[in-house]
Ligand binder design. Structure first.
Ligand SMILES: [Zn+2]
Length: 466
């Protein structure tokens, strides 16, 4: 297994893992060197190291039990979308709840083989969380450079696993430059995804697993940040083809959020230079990358597999996240929920047909993300507010027909809340001048005021809008 330049063909020994060709600046990648039609037989438990023969050489293995994640048949989601066969590759089931644990296992193993004691990584979150955990396990020092916006759950993981965290830059693009400079200065092991070709090797094992669990799907949908993942999945399938194990390849679909879609734009606008996004914005922080360094690789994978790319709005991503959770019991992070939103769009457009088989890559857990928690709290608040309005409205409607007292109102409202809550509402309605109280037969009766009737009419008018 050697490193080979994709541009000029220069061959280098596998280690140290370098990302750029010294001669022409092209991307370096690993080439497996098994003879054609070599009958590869995977053996042992379904987990990451099952594929060690198809990875660059490893001596010391660092493992927390990564890989071997389930491939769920998503029947309810498929029915909703109008598809026969949909599978979710559930990478949230890795040790730190993201697909990056595969990369962290290989990188920390390699760092130890190469006698490093410190590694550095620029990250949007998942890889940092993974490396922090694996470094802890291996007794390595882990430096993490993160941009301003990072999902809180991922940051919490880096903290608890005792990584050295530095905040640098607006987006991860800046953090990558910082990590590159620091590694050059210090000689630390470079573990940034875009700067170490072992990451692609680690992530390609997802393709091997899907092949073993299902076979080759017609379509494979992946969200894109730096651009490496979509490439690594296709690379895995291509190697299986090279070995004579499979024939057709899956068509790769790369998805990006509307507010940050440099790869989609480069491809759609047929730009010769990769397009950079000046003011990127999305709540899917895992794919907030303005100037993806592996854009070329992503485009190559999409073109070569006759796949396609598309953009998805943040609101569609959020809806998809709720759907995956409600219909399949899986809590996916926003970036990977975009794959389901994309699938829905493509099925509607007829680009993906009912009988096509599809795999969506669920890269990480929604529990790590900041946005969903915020969005859900907001949603809950509006729901509670809605309930309050409706109780007050109901009280006004009852009183608009006939004056009555608190206990009677409580019965009429179906006794679903405490009597205390009813009196609270009555007090608030009185304070606002919508009702007024008076004593009759030793009881406190309530009557709707002119203003109260006006409010009811306003609610009716408002309902015309809904
Ligand atoms: Zn070269």
């Amino acid at each position: 297994m050697a490193l080979k330049c994709v541009k000029c063909g220069l061959r280098l020994p596998p280690y140290p893992p370098k990302s750029k060709c010294e001669k022409c600046g092209g991307t370096l990648e690993y080439k497996i060197s098994l003879p054609k039609n070599h009958k590869i037989k995977f053996s042992g438990k379904l987990h990451f190291w099952r594929y060690i023969n198809l990875l660059p050489p490893v001596q010391h293995i660092v493992s927390l039990g990564e890989g071997g994640t389930p491939l769920h048949k998503a029947e309810r989601l498929a029915e909703k979308i109008g598809l026969r066969e949909l599978y979710l590759k559930d990478e949230t089931r890795n040790p730190t709840n993201s697909f990056r644990d595969r990369a962290a296992a290989l990188l920390t193993s390699n760092a130890i083989d190469l006698k490093h004691d410190t590694l550095i990584c620029a990250t949007n979150g998942n890889l940092g969380a993974s490396l922090a955990a694996y470094s802890a396990k291996a007794g390595l020092i882990c430096h993490v450079i993160v941009p301003k916006l990072v999902d809180v759950g991922k940051l919490a993981q880096m903290l608890i696993y005792d990584a050295v965290i530095e905040e640098f830059g607006e987006t991860v693009d800046d953090s990558i430059h910082r990590a590159e400079a620091l590694a050059n200065e210090t000689g630390w092991y470079q573990a940034t995804a875009e700067l170490n070709p072992l990451v692609i090797e680690a992530q390609k094992t997802i393709a091997y697993e899907v092949y073993e669990q299902f076979g080759v799907p017609d379509w494979f949908i992946v969200s894109m940040g730096g651009g490496g993942t979509v490439y690594s999945i296709l690379k895995g399938f291509k190697e299986l083809k090279q070995l004579g194990t499979i024939k057709p390849l899956p068509k790769m679909i790369g998805v990006q959020p509307e507010g940050c879609a440099p790869i989609v734009k480069t491809l759609v606008e047929k730009s010769s230079e990769p397009i950079k996004i000046a003011k990127p914005s999305t709540r899917a922080l895992a794919v907030l990358v303005a100037n993806p360094l592996q854009s070329e690789l992503a485009i190559k994978a999409i073109k070569e597999s006759k796949g396609l790319t598309l953009m998805i709005s943040d609101s569609k991503i959020f809806t998809a996240e709720l759907q995956i959770a409600k219909l399949e019991g899986m809590f996916a992070e926003p970036a990977s929920s975009a794959t389901i939103a994309a699938l829905e769009k493509l099925v509607k457009k007829g680009k993906i047909r009912k009988n096509d088989s599809v795999v969506c890559l669920i890269t990480g857990s929604g529990l790590k993300a900041t946005d969903i928690l915020q969005a859900l709290t907001k949603k809950q608040k509006t729901a509670v507010l809605g309930l309050e309005i409706s109780t007050k409205e109901k009280i006004l409607r009852i009183l608009s027909k006939k004056d009555t007292y608190g206990y009677d109102l409580w019965k009429k409202l179906g006794k679903i809340m405490t009597r205390g809550a009813i009196y609270q509402h009555l007090n608030e309605l009185s304070e606002r001048g919508l009702i007024t109280g008076y004593a009759k037969n030793g009881r406190k009766f309530f009557r709707i005021t002119k203003r109260g009737r006006k409010a009811l009419r306003a609610i009716d008018d408002l309902k015309l809008l809904l």
